[in-house]
Design a protein around this ligand. Structure first.
Ligand code: DSN
Length: 411
């Protein structure tokens, strides 16, 4: 890495950044929420835009000197609108949870009832977990997946919606591998007069590429992070119907946040520009093919996959019938140069810190160029590590390094 000034001025931090860059280059990343942003996105982040304060919105700022920033933010908004067919977009949310907090603030009062998916069934902390602001400020009622099929149980969603009359229904998940029936959620929301909110953080890139169905044209409000399948910088956006634009903007600023991070806004614009290109559609298609090839290979080797497979970029391997936990597998794989995240399985008898599964995602390996045959080879290496001893892990670590050399991340 170049970073000449940093290297000279702060060799300690430079050395650690270089070490992490090397780790990313020589290890395999299977955490479903991670990806490698392009060098163009990273370059936009490391610019003097990081120096500016821009509270407010284009044309209506609380600080001078924002004419250039206005142009950048307007481009980011226009590109996001085109990508998702959105009526209104706010590109300022700093990350996923603050974006979701702003959504709740825009539409609800503390104490209001919301219907969301249980965390151990694939939901997200900000969808009502009791330790999270969402569970503390709002009255969350939670639906689950069908224990037999592992699929969202729309009959249960409707039953709970009719019983509890929530003011909002949340759809969109962190560890759910199947296509979501957005229209069915919208129909239930319409039936009871609730707001519909989709959190598409995990699958936004696949939706933007047209590989999965898009809730934006039908839902009231949709949030997404920008750094997962969308492959942009860390950050988030909120999309909504034009009639909700003012309340969503007010909730983001001044409701939740102060100044937007203008360097992130520029990097989001760059990523949206990339996602509008035909290559991004090919990339997204390959993400799904790689995830499906891996899930099939695990099943062929006798492993259980929640819901029996995947329609998107991720799947959950269920170790509940084996003698090790998701945490054990995560740890062993980490030592072998493979990053995964432990994951609960539906109705997990074990706690989230030591759950019964691992979540595997294909966005990052696909960015570095792996195809189905490479993904299948990876599954064999994963199985050798989780079934083998420490020595086998170290042997696999060398094989992983060799594989990674064939697929460099940046250089
Ligand atoms: N931490 C992200 C994930 O791994 O799914 C969600 O915020």
């Amino acid at each position: 890495m170049e970073l000449q000034n940093l290297k000279q001025q702060d060799p300690e931090i430079f050395a650690l950044i270089s070490k992490e860059a090397e780790r990313q280059n020589s290890e395999i990343e299977l955490i479903a929420s991670e990806n490698y942003a392009s060098l163009a996105v990273l370059e936009a982040l490391a610019t003097p835009l990081a120096n500016k304060y821009s509270e407010g919105y284009p044309g209506k700022r609380y600080y001078g000197g924002n004419l250039v920033i206005d142009d950048i933010e307007n481009i980011a908004i226009a590109r996001a609108k085109e990508l998702f067919s959105a009526e209104h977009v706010n590109v300022q949310p700093l990350s996923g949870s603050p974006a979701n907090a702003a959504v709740y603030m825009a539409f609800l009062e503390p104490g209001d009832t919301i219907l969301g998916l249980k965390l151990d069934h694939g939901g997200h902390l900000s969808h009502g977990h009791p330790v999270n602001f969402s569970g503390r400020l709002y009255n969350f009622v939670q639906y689950g997946v069908n224990p037999e099929t592992g699929l969202i149980d729309m009959a249960e969603v409707r039953r709970l919606a009719l019983e509890h009359q929530p003011k909002m229904i949340v759809a969109g998940f962190s560890a759910y591998s199947r296509e979501i029936d957005w229209q069915a959620f919208q129909d239930i929301a319409t039936e009871i007069g609730a707001y519909s909110f989709a959190d598409i953080a995990h699958i936004a890139g696949l939706i933007a590429a047209g590989e999965l169905k898009n809730p934006v044209p039908i839902f009231d409000v949709v949030s997404t992070t920008t750094h997962k399948t969308l492959r942009g910088p860390r950050g988030a956006i909120i999309m909504c119907k034009e009639k909700y634009a003012a309340q969503v903007n007010r909730a983001v600023f001044p409701g939740m946040q102060g100044g937007p991070h203008d360097n992130m806004t520029a990097a989001k614009a760059v990523a949206f520009g990339e996602a509008l290109k035909p290559e991004f559609k090919e990339y997204s298609r390959q993400v799904i093919l790689n995830a499906q090839a891996m899930a099939r290979e695990f099943i062929a080797k006798g492993y259980k996959i929640v819901s029996g497979g995947t329609d998107n970029h991720l799947f959950i391997v269920d170790f509940s019938e084996r003698e090790y936990s998701g945490k054990d597998a995560e740890k062993k794989l980490e030592l072998a140069g493979i990053s995964v995240s432990r994951s609960t399985i539906p109705n997990d008898p074990n706690p989230p810190m030591n759950p019964s599964g691992i979540r595997i995602g294909a966005p990052a390996i696909t960015t570095r160029g792996l195809k189905e045959s490479d993904a299948i080879e990876l599954v064999a290496l994963i199985i050798r590590v989780i079934e083998g001893d420490e020595k086998e892990g170290l042997v696999v670590k060398e094989e992983i390094k060799n594989l990674c050399q064939k697929f460099p991340v940046y250089y």
